[in-house]
Design a protein around this ligand. Structure first.
Ligand code: GLN
Length: 179
């Protein structure tokens, strides 16, 4: 989360952590970071934010990376039976499909026309991108997608200092604010 905030601020945006409803209401856009999607689900429920974040994601810009992509996807293979999702992205993903923690790797991907090194850490695979626009691919498979106000990426752009995905996200926020 800290890296996402630093990346967004380095691009000129004001960024802050969201832990309460009041903070969510102040935000023009939201990043759901990587981590463990099952834990993030539980935290969202326990903090009483799940429904509010679902409503936010219905019409405001949200970027999900790695675990965040899982939470934003409409179909998740390998989700826990009681795992709650935010949903909204018309895609199917499979949890942990790029291997376990020891199989984490970095790779260069082209994100909306610019090459960048990013990290894949127990990353979800996008099995079916549906109608979403593919904005990055790895070996011919989609690894970042955009559909309306929502964006998702299998990888962590922030760990290797990548800024391209965040720049595309800030452009989306600006475009949506301009109506
Ligand atoms: N495998 C994790 C999950 O299912 C995601 C990993 C990550 O965010 N780096 O939530």
């Amino acid at each position: 989360m800290r890296e996402h905030i630093a990346t967004l601020e380095s691009l000129g945006a004001t960024a802050f952590p969201v832990k309460t409803l009041a903070e969510l209401e102040m935000a023009d856009g939201l990043v759901i970071p990587g981590g463990e999607s099952t834990t993030i689900s539980k935290l969202l429920v326990n903090f009483g934010l799940m429904d509010a974040v679902r409503k936010f994601a219905e019409h405001k810009p949200v970027l999900g990376t790695c675990a965040g992509l899982i939470l934003l996807s409409n179909r998740v293979e390998g989700a826990l039976a009681d795992q709650q999702l935010i949903g909204g992205l018309p895609v199917a993903v499979e949890r942990n499909a790029y291997g376990g923690q020891t199989h984490s790797f970095e790779a260069e991907v082209v994100i909306a026309g610019e090459a960048e090194r990013v990290a894949f850490i127990r990353a979800p695979r996008i099995l079916d991108a549906g109608d979403a626009e593919v904005i990055a691919e790895l070996n011919g498979e989609p690894v970042a997608i955009k559909a309306g106000n929502l964006m998702g990426a299998s990888f962590h752009p922030e760990i290797s200092g990548g800024k391209r995905l965040h720049r595309v996200f800030l452009e989306l926020i600006e475009k949506m604010q301009a109506g």
